[in-house]
Design a protein around this ligand. Structure first.
Ligand SMILES: Cc1cc2nc3c(=O)[nH]c(=O)nc-3n(C[C@H](O)[C@H](O)[C@H](O)COP(=O)(O)OP(=O)(O)OC[C@H]3O[C@@H](n4cnc5c(N)ncnc54)[C@H](O)[C@@H]3O)c2cc1C
Length: 291
């Protein structure tokens, strides 16, 4: 197998094709190689390309995270912590610090493992990703990026270069609960992100609840979320939304929990995540201050 280490994005893009595979931090890819799940003829490393790991705030567009920023960099970034504290905390719950020091944000999203944490929160925050090929770049919302188990909208000649989290979502109350059933460093059995925009009068303007690790990609149920608009989020309404989620998900069974168990837990954690967001949930600043 050839290993290429281009020093520019252009060079990397030129080397991509059906027989090649990108490698960033390698934390997922090396396991895939070892287990013979993939056997590309050529590995194209992104490790020597400069300028793809920046994290900055831009007034008007929001938070920009370069795909090669490590999960640890995103977790500890003052910019992420200021504007999206719950997102910073979520990055801090991925695996352990050794993995976070090597794993990249772009690699986490491109791997598209159903049992990951950042995809759930970033989907709820309506983040978009920038995909670059030799023919140009395109932006795609995460709600359309994840297609199936380990499948994304990435074409074989594209590199994910940036994640953009829009400014408008910074001011709402947010809470992510990662529920693990095995070691504390493990991937989630269920991840639940609640995002609630509630006015001074206590009336909900918009609610989003995103469930991760229960199916092939992050799950949302617009009908249940819409039932909160214009209403006060009473205990009864929150219970109603939680039971809607539990009823409508089609969960998988794996070593972290059976489908039956995930349904029970979905009801519990949707309720808790909404309550947590309302009671103690973090708000981003919503205001740009540059980086
Ligand atoms: C022990 C362990 C525990 C873990 N626990 C968790 C957890 O609790 N929560 C969680 O969310 N995740 C967890 N993970 C997964 C981890 O977050 C991912 O392995 C990691 O983020 C992948 O990033 P990477 O840079 O290492 O990607 P790589 O391994 O280099 O690549 C992963 C995939 O993405 C592709 N790729 C990488 N970068 C790009 C790019 N810029 N553009 C296009 N394609 C690209 C590669 O071709 C490959 O298919 C765990 C992993 C390990 C090993």
């Amino acid at each position: 197998m050839d290993i290429l280490e281009p020093t520019s994005l252009e060079e990397a893009l030129a080397a991509l094709g059906d027989d090649s595979k990108l490698i960033a931090g390698g934390t997922a890819l090396v396991l895939m190689l070892k287990n013979r799940l993939i056997s590309p003829e050529r590995l194209v490393s992104l490790g020597r390309i400069g300028g793809l790991d920046g994290i900055r705030w831009e007034a008007g567009t929001g938070l920009h995270i370069g795909a090669l920023a490590t999960i640890r960099q995103a977790e500890t970034s003052p910019v992420v912590r200021e504007h999206f504290p719950e997102l910073a905390r979520t990055f801090g719950q991925v695996a352990n610090v050794r993995v976070r020091n090597a794993a990249t944000v772009g690699g986490n999203l491109s791997e598209a493992d159903y049992a990951s944490d950042p995809p759930c929160v970033l989907t709820g925050l309506r983040a978009r990703v920038v995909l670059q090929s030799q023919h140009g770049s395109r932006e795609i919302p995460l709600t359309e990026f994840f297609r199936d188990f380990y499948e994304t909208a990435l074409a074989s000649d594209e590199v994910l270069t940036e994640v953009i989290v829009p400014e408008s979502s910074a001011g709402a109350r947010q809470a992510y609960i990662k529920y693990v059933t095995r070691s504390s460093e493990d991937r989630p059995c269920i991840g639940t992100f609640a995002w609630a925009d509630v006015g001074e009068d206590g009336v909900c303007r918009e609610l989003r609840v995103t469930l991760g690790a229960v199916a092939e990609k992050p799950q949302e149920f617009g009908e249940a979320e819409a039932s909160a608009t214009g209403e006060r989020l009473s205990d009864d309404l929150i219970r109603h939304i939680a039971s809607h989620y539990a009823e409508h998900i089609d969960p998988l069974s794996d070593m972290r929990g059976s489908a039956w168990y995930r349904k029970q837990m979905a009801e519990v954690f949707v309720r808790r995540a909404i309550q947590l967001a309302l009671e103690t949930g973090s708000r981003g600043s919503g205001l740009g201050s540059g980086d």
